[in-house]
Design a binder for this molecule. Structure first.
Ligand code: GAF
Length: 381
């Protein structure tokens, strides 16, 4: 049954439209987005699809093919931050954020279905938020530009769901383009679409989902964010983005014995520099040379930011020993996925090596797939 047919079965008439928004992989630039820094995600072919119709009676009905909740019914004038905790918080949070921004959204019937793996660090939450926001933006003719739509979705996640995340995932889902990675300056949301077609160059980027579930609303993400903000305050800057790479040593010295803050600052400043290096290498057509930069990024997340885990480290170490060009964890950390850059001819060997290492360690078998840079959110029908 198609998503539109399911909508009709649930709600008694055909949807006004069907939209899709993708999950993402981040190539480089981790935890820099709440430090006004640089990120470089690209959209996956995996999407969350929403069939949607407007309502005028203040009722919001939500249904997902992926959970067994049945139809959840809410009232748009009663939904409030932190009032629900399950999957419905994401679409309801978007309705709340739109209304709070002054947009007259008077209700909706929504049916969702997703192929974005959940808890895998691939932004299933952002896909859910962005598809809801785009559908309502178009149906209610709100005329919100994509970057601002992403901001509203981030607000829903921060205020309504209660996860203190940055702007990367929602912007990736809303703004990425087929065959490109998105170089985003999270300070002013300036974007550059960078051509990223590994297949044409005989390479592949593998995503290895460790199956270790992670969440952003628990304390560790927030602790890193608070530590970065403390670092910026101690250094007298608006955000760690303002610490230039060649001023890093001096900045670390000024932080004295604040050892934990020093490590966080070192990661953010070097990571912003790594994004700029990857952008330069890709623009120069020197794609293979990004491999070592990815490796440095992983070491920094593991040793300085301390958000890796044994399973992610095993993917990276095994893949590199088996001949990968570069590898690192991607996304928020504490589980989720790693990315592995390989020559296409080595993809199978590297995949097998990782699978065998997981089996030998007694870990749940990882899910491995090739990431194809795909289109951002769009209307399907
Ligand atoms: C998660 C967050 F949602 C993003 O905003 C970003 O901070 C990322 O972790 C780490 O780079 O995906």
């Amino acid at each position: 049954m198609s998503i539109a047919e399911k909508f009709e079965e649930l709600y008694g008439s055909a949807p006004e439209g069907v939209w899709a928004a993708p999950g993402r992989v981040n190539l480089i630039g981790e935890h820099t987005d709440y430090n006004d820094g640089f990120v470089m995600p690209f959209a996956l072919p995996h999407t969350t699809v929403a069939a949607v119709s407007r309502r005028t009676d203040g009722v919001l009905r939500l249904h997902s093919a992926d959970v067994e909740d049945g139809v959840v019914e809410l009232r748009v004038d009663e939904i409030a931050p932190r009032s629900d905790t399950g999957w419905t918080a994401y679409p309801a949070g978007v309705v709340w954020a739109l209304r709070e921004a002054g947009h007259a959204v008077t209700g909706a019937d929504i049916h969702l279905a997703s192929t974005v793996p959940t808890g895998a660090g691939l932004s299933s939450s952002a896909a859910l938020e962005v598809v809801t926001a785009l559908a309502l933006d178009e149906l209610y003719e709100l005329g919100i530009e994509r970057p601002q739509l992403a901001r509203l979705c981030q607000r829903a996640e921060n205020m309504y769901v209660g996860a203190p995340t940055g702007i990367m995932d929602q912007t990736a889902s809303a703004c990425c383009e087929d065959g490109h990675a998105l170089f985003l300056d999270t300070r002013d949301l300036a974007q550059q679409q960078i051509p990223f077609d590994l297949a044409a160059e005989g390479m592949r980027l593998l995503v290895v989902d460790t199956r270790v579930k992670h969440a952003h609303s628990d304390g560790e993400y927030g602790k890193r964010r608070a530590g970065c903000e403390k670092g910026a305050a101690l250094l007298g800057v608006t955000a760690l983005r303002d610490v230039a790479y060649d001023e890093l040593d001096a900045a670390l010295e000024r932080l004295g014995d604040e050892e934990e803050v020093r490590r966080l600052v070192r990661h953010i400043v070097t990571e912003n520099h790594r994004v700029e290096r990857v952008v330069s290498l890709l623009k120069a057509g020197d794609t293979r040379a990004i491999g070592p930069v990815l490796n440095e990024g992983h070491a920094s997340l593991r040793d300085d930011f301390r958000i890796s885990c044994a399973e992610l480290d095993l993917v990276v170490d095994t893949a590199l020993s088996a001949g990968a060009l570069g590898a690192r964890m991607t996304g928020g950390g504490f589980g989720g996925s790693a990315i592995v850059l390989v020559e296409a001819v080595d993809a199978e060997t590297v995949t097998k090596a990782v699978e065998e290492a997981f089996a030998a360690a007694g870990y749940t078998a990882p899910r491995v797939f090739t990431a194809i840079p795909s289109a951002g959110a769009r209307r399907l029908s």
